[in-house]
Design a binder for this molecule. Structure first.
Ligand SMILES: Cc1cc2nc3c(=O)[nH]c(=O)nc-3n(C[C@H](O)[C@H](O)[C@H](O)COP(=O)(O)OP(=O)(O)OC[C@H]3O[C@@H](n4cnc5c(N)ncnc54)[C@H](O)[C@@H]3O)c2cc1C
Length: 458
């Protein structure tokens, strides 16, 4: 009997899926945004999906997987973009979406199970304590809070609150270890970084505790600008207006919204770059003149909650999705334009690549400073050209968080995270959690030079 069969035989009472087509479906995320990952991961599939409903059931699954030496890949809603929740070494997919209870909320703080959807958490906290999550991915309607913490980084609200990695943006994580007798560990304060953005390689998160921000009535605004850099300078200036509560400052090059944002059809004049904004209703009297004073023309205004397609589903990686709906030849980058030279670097890259890399910026607070991330589109030709575009950005001092790589190191900081590696040795001594995603597990001396091989065609 295989390890997986022996494992499943011990899971009486816990929901399991072994239908090949359904298992394959739950073994995939949005990796196909990347032509590189599509080539590398398209055949990936687990051997079964296990769907516990309680922490006790998760512990039973992990204990049995340890006994039978079966790899376990945690999954929230499977909306990650870099194959994070894909079981590249086989074994089982552990679907945690049924752990979706909201445990309690008080002014400024909420505690939920890891499988709770972000939109459900906001609906609950808005009603219960007049608060909402500080920021969320644009996949707010589908993604889970556990998946955001383990695999995401920033989103709608980061223009005010920064990114998940910054102190105070996560208050607590409760997780289970992968051992004979799984232990419960509560991470708080700086210890949270042991498992934050670790792709579930060193613990299965069962509960999270998150800070809340005031729940304003948000208004979606779209402003058109003569040029990309006019819009970018406006975005930078507007993000610095701490007196105006805002949740979104996205800047997108001309041509993209006109051709691909169906919900805004006919509203955006040809040849204009745009700013997508979410502003708190009571502050519109300040925001609207600020737009005009920076050469912007308001072309759309609607309460976020009333929108059929909220504006934020045109921002962050939904911008790429909106384009992919009608143009399958594009892919994207994830770029940091480091402050304080960020605007000059944006102008340099825009001049260098033009329409081969249409500009898309998300203004954020990063280490307390205002800057912008790029989620630029790329008109994809070859993997070699994509590698070249990435290398040119890196050489120009614009680090790329490579979305065409499925490992923590190559997709992230391009270095070993020794804190997360040490925690994995403690919490997953056999390396059964999401194997193949932490290069340092197999090679603690890993160095970035080794990432070149990613682009060698098969
Ligand atoms: C259109 C689109 C837009 C997006 N926009 C954003 C954005 O604005 N910001 C952003 O950061 N991301 C964005 N993403 C990526 C992704 O949607 C988010 O990161 C999302 O929060 C992931 O949640 P999920 O529940 O789908 O996680 P999954 O994809 O299921 O998992 C993500 C990672 O977390 C691990 N994991 C999941 N649950 C647990 C758990 N309980 N314990 C331990 N590990 C776990 C998985 O193993 C995997 O490594 C976007 C993706 C798409 C397709």
């Amino acid at each position: 009997m295989s390890g997986v069969a022996a494992l499943l035989a011990e899971l009486d009472g816990i929901a399991v899926e072994t239908d090949r087509a359904l298992v394959r479906q739950k073994s995939r995320d949005f990796f196909w945004y990347s032509p590189v990952l599509k080539r590398q991961l398209n055949a990936v599939a687990g051997e079964a999906v296990v769907m516990p409903k309680t922490e006790a059931e998760v512990a039973r699954v992990l204990a049995a997987a340890f006994r039978h030496r079966v790899p376990v890949t945690p999954r929230g809603a499977g909306t990650g973009n870099y194959g994070q929740a894909m079981p590249i070494r086989g074994g089982i997919v552990l679907d945690l979406s049924a752990l979706d209870r909201i445990l309690w909320a008080k002014p400024g703080v909420v505690r939920t199970e890891a499988g709770a959807k972000l939109i459900d958490i906001d609906a609950h906290t808005r009603a219960a304590v007049g608060g909402e999550l500080r920021f969320h991915p644009s996949t707010r309607r589908t993604a889970t809070i556990g998946g955001f913490i383990a695999g995401g980084s920033s989103g709608i609200g980061s223009c005010t609150w920064g990114i998940l990695r910054e102190p105070g943006n996560i208050l607590g994580l409760r997780l289970l270890t992968m051992e004979e007798t799984p232990r419960v560990i509560e991470l708080r304060g700086p210890d949270i970084q042991k498992a934050n953005h670790a792709y579930g390689t060193n613990g299965v998160i069962t509960e999270v505790e998150m800070p809340l921000a005031p729940a304003w009535e948000w208004i979606d605004l779209v402003a058109a600008f003569p040029t990309l850099m006019d819009a970018a300078r406006f975005g930078d200036a507007f993000t610095r207006q701490d007196g105006i509560p805002k949740k979104l400052v996205s800047i997108i090059a001309a041509g993209v919204p006109q051709a691909h944002f169906k919900a805004l059809d006919g509203k955006i004049p040809e040849g204009r770059a745009v700013a997508l904004l979410m502003v708190a209703e009571p502050f519109l009297e300040h925001a609207l003149p600020f737009i005009t004073a920076h050469g912007g023309e308001l072309v759309h205004r609607e309460p976020t909650e009333a929108a059929e397609v909220p504006l934020y589903e045109h921002s962050w990686n939904h911008t790429t999705l909106q384009v992919l709906k009608t143009d399958k030849t594009v892919t994207y980058l994830q770029t940091l334009f480091p402050p304080p030279q960020h605007l000059a670097k944006v102008a340099e890259m825009e001049a260098r690549f033009g329409d081969e890399v249409p500009m898309h910026l998300e203004f954020v607070k990063f280490g307390g400073k205002v800057t912008c991330f790029g989620l630029q589109l790329v008109r994809f030709t070859t993997e070699e050209r994509l590698a070249e575009i990435i290398a040119i950005h890196e050489q120009a001092g614009c680090p790329i968080f490579n979305p065409h790589a499925y490992t923590l190191e190559e997709g992230g900081m391009k270095k070993v995270d020794h804190v997360q590696l040490a925690f994995k040795r403690e919490a997953d001594p056999l390396g059964l959690l999401n194997p193949g995603k932490m290069l340092a597990w197999e090679n603690p001396d890993w160095r970035p030079t080794q990432s070149v091989h990613l682009y060698e065609t098969a």
